[in-house]
Design a protein around this ligand. Sequence first.
Ligand SMILES: NC(=O)C1=CN([C@@H]2O[C@H](COP(=O)(O)OP(=O)(O)OC[C@H]3O[C@@H](n4cnc5c(N)ncnc54)[C@H](OP(=O)(O)O)[C@@H]3O)[C@@H](O)[C@H]2O)C=CC1
Ligand SMILES: O=C(O)[C@@H]1CCC=N1
Length: 273
Amino acid sequence: MRISFIGGGNMASALIAGLAGKLTDGANIHVVDPNPDALARLQAAFGVGVAPQIDATLADSEVIVLAVKPQQMREVAAALLPHLGRARPLLLSIAAGIRSADLARWLGGYGAIVRSMPNTPALIGRGITGMVASAGVSAAQKASADAIMKAVGATVWLADEALIDPVTAVSGSGPAYVFYFIEAMQQAAVELGLSAQQGRELALATFAGAAELAAASNEPVELLRARVTSKGGTTHAAITRMEQDAVGPAIVAAIKAAAARGRELGDELGAGD
Ligand SMILES: NC(=O)C1=CN([C@@H]2O[C@H](COP(=O)(O)OP(=O)(O)OC[C@H]3O[C@@H](n4cnc5c(N)ncnc54)[C@H](OP(=O)(O)O)[C@@H]3O)[C@@H](O)[C@H]2O)C=CC1
Ligand SMILES: O=C(O)[C@@H]1CCC=N1
């Protein structure tokens, strides 16, 4: 499969790292980005083809992954439009907020669009991607999009595009919340007298182990939490403090803020012709 990436930044690099040499050869991947350093890094690491701007090379791609910032998408659509005619590739957008209908409108009514929301654990093949296909996407194109994202983790197809903003808020942005929690655990470890290295090792192993345990168990996470929480014990002291400080409601509110920002980006950037 020949795949092009428009934008070779953080998320594109994570996807390319997961794809190259697995789903397709690096030589079948083409990356467009204005930054020479980013292109040189990707070329050296994965043997991908590179270009500083959109050109006719794109016409050979079966799938074009749109991996620029949401604010850059409209300009990219204008540059892409002249190159879509012949091969009619699938456009696989990973941009937060940008609605398929707006993208299609900027592309003169182009219908072969899958909107998706991956996350950075794709870098190690442990990503999860929410996806939704527009009406103009063929079954074969949907299968290609699924194969690309499955090569870097799991996929969840959504019946309604409105659910992409919640997916963005939960799993697209989610790794940042997990890293934030790990940072806090590391800080606590150091403040309690452990070394930074020990704090890191303890926090990471605990996160990974607890997540794997929850995934392997049929029991709800509330029950798994209750099993750690001995009556009158240490966990109870910690959870009581978290409840006093409304940590759970603050996390829920934060995730809702992310979803609202996704909708707001769609409104802001999709407005007008
Ligand atoms: N980071 C993440 O965890 C996730 C990000 N996403 C989505 O992925 C998209 C990219 O995010 P991210 O990788 O973090 O952002 P980055 O800024 O790291 O990457 C975007 C890249 O696109 C380049 N670019 C700008 N204009 C063009 C153009 N006209 N043609 C080609 N390339 C261009 C940028 O260059 P320059 O810096 O010079 O502008 C930059 O290198 C966003 O839409 C985001 O919503 C989705 C899921 C998770
Ligand atoms: O923060 C963002 O907007 C992007 C989308 C999901 C993760 N990063």
